[in-house]
Design a binder for this molecule. Sequence first.
Ligand SMILES: [Zn+2]
Length: 293
Amino acid sequence: MKSPNGEQASQRTTPSRDSGSPPAEDRSGPPSAPPSASALSPVFSALLDAEGFRHAFFTRAGGVSRPPWDSLNVAAAATGDDASAVQENIRRCAEALGVPLPRLYILSQVHGTDAHILDGTEDREEVVKRLGDITASRTPGVACGVRSADCVPVLLADRQSGAVVAVHSGWRGTVANAAAAGVAVLRTLASSPSIVAAIGPHIEPCCFEVGDDVAASLASASDAGDDVVDRSRERAHVDLRRIVRAQLMAAGVEPTRIDDVRGCTVCDRERYFSYRRDAAKSGRLLSAIVARA
Ligand SMILES: [Zn+2]
């Protein structure tokens, strides 16, 4: 157990969540104020809150990893961070989600669309070795997670059955339409789902500069077409959120039931890890949602 600063008592605090309120980042004081170094500071979807789904888009705050992975880094093998620190970080996330650590599942992500449906009986240490980018469950109390550092985390839930899905959609996953794959998995878990979705913080168009080939691939990834590419600057900049939203809508999710939990991982150094910004020195963020009854 690591306790670098002796402030564990305050680290157990989870921000209050009022149904229908804006995400936590909108009510935590001045926008420029960095989150406390000692407390978890996740951001939430008001839509998922309103439907009674425990979930979180965790920020980098509230963990025990040392620089440059300070502090809530949830990937050891990919970063070189201390494995025991990462384990403690994930344990804190599980606690904040209200689930035991063995019920918080993540995968070895490969920028694809393979899904793993989990019922809580699986060994999480075995599951984390599985290759895939989508976790899903309809078993109450099972938490489905994805890790990211600029890629788009998408949390899906069915209001009827309580089933949930977490999707990791980087630019390759977005080209492969991982969001629609996530919706498809949810439909296998629920006969007539009423889906709510939240698109989490990621590399926004202000910073997502790409080459022409990537821009062309992303322009053909959704009904939004070429409108997602901003060519007013020297190089193309792409709006991943707009693509993922269009993909979710095309997959049958009502536009009013798709929440935008905003934040640019590159711009907001205090709050987020970013591979684009920090490369090999970047940690990974966790986004997760818990199935309910
Ligand atoms: Zn930005």
